[in-house]
Design a protein around this ligand. Sequence first.
Ligand code: PMP
Length: 401
Amino acid sequence: GSVFAHLVQAPEDPILGVTVAYNKDPSPVKLNLGVGAYRTEEGKPLVLNVVRKAEQQLINDRTRIKEYLPIVGLVEFNKLSAKLILGADSPAIRENRITTVECLSGTGSLRVGGEFLAKHYHQKTIYITQPTWGNHPKIFTLAGLTVKTYRYYDPATRGLNFQGLLEDLGTAPAGSIVLLHACAHNPTGVDPTIQQWEQIRQLMRSKGLMPFFDSAYQGFASGSLDTDAKPIRMFVADGGECLVAQSYAKNMGLYGERVGALSIVCKSADVAGRVESQLKLVIRPMYSSPPIHGASIVAVILRDKNLFNEWTLELKAMADRIISMRKQLFEALRTRGTPGDWSHIIKQIGMFTFTGLNPAQVSFMTKEYHIYMTSDGRISMAGLSSKTVPHLADAIHAVVT
Ligand code: PMP
C-alpha cells in the first residue's frame, strides 16, 4: 500500500472552492460572485490596455534577458512601488530609511513580512480584524506568529464597530503587531473614516503597536491611488515604523503574474540596510528570488508618465464600474420593495459587499438561483453586470421575504 494511504481528502479552499462548485453547475443563468477578480460588463476577465502595451515593449526589446533577479527582486520596481504607496514626497523615501523587496504578490509579501517579524521582532502576536480575508490567519500562523483578533465589524449596522476596535487595540499588549487593511476591507467593504484612522494611529503609536498594512486594493476602492494610500501615509508621516504589503493583482489586473512588494519603513537608513540584509535571509531559502516578468511590466508602466496616466484612467474605470454595480443593486432591491435596510450596499467600498445574508440564505440562493458566493454572505461586486443585477436582486428578495 501507499505510504500516503492514511491521508484524508482535504476540503476545498473556502473561497476558491466556490468557483469549483460554480464550474460544475450546468445552469445557463449561473452567476459566480465568489472570487475576488475583476470582470467586465460582459463577465470577462480584463487585461488592461496599458499592460498589453508594456508587454509589447518588453517583447520588442531584444536586449532583455532571463537571468535570475537578485534575492530582493527588480530594484527599479522596488523603488517605484515604494513611491507609489508612500507618495513621491515621502520623508521615509527622501531619508532613505525604507527597504522594499519584490515578493510573490500580496500573499507572498505578507508571508515574508510575517516570517521576518517572527524571527526579529520582540512581540510575536499579530492582531487581525474580525472578520478578515480567510488566508490571513493561516499565513501568519505558518509564519510563526500567534494570531489574535480585534473587533472590527458590527453586524447590527453593517458598518464599523469603532468602539470595539479601540477597546481591543487599547488592551492589546504593548508592541503587538496589528494588521490593518489599507483600504477596501475584505470581506466587509467597511473602512474607517480619515478621522477614525487618525484616532487609530494615535492609539497605536501611544502603545507602541506595530502597524502592518495589507494594501491589496490601492486605487480600486475610491478610484484614486493617492486617496486609497492615505491611511498608510498618515502613519509614515509621524516618523514611526511600519510594514506594508502591496499587491498588483487587482489594481493592474496582474493576478497570475504574482507581483507585489513588501516595504519596511525604519527610523534610519542604517537600520533599513540591516533589515534588508535579514529579509534576504528569509527569502533565499523560501524561493531564492522572485519572478521577473510581472515586475518588469509594473516597472515599465510606473516609470513612464504617459503609461502611468493611462493606467490611472483604466483603474478608475474599474473602480467606477464597481461603484455603479452597487447603485444598480441597491436600486433593484428598492424597486422590488425588498424588506430591510440595504443602504450598506452603497456605503461599503471596494470589491466586496458584505450582504448580511446568513449561510442558510446563501445556500438557498445557490440551490434555487445558481448564485455562487462565500457562505459568509460576501459578494464580489466585480462579478456583477447590468444584465445580472436583476437576477441577483430577485434571489435576495426571495430569500428575505
Ligand atoms: N490581502 C487581501 C485583503 C486580499 O483580499 C488579497 C486578495 N484576495 C490579498 C491580500 C492577496 O492577494 P494576492 O496574493 O493575489 O496579491
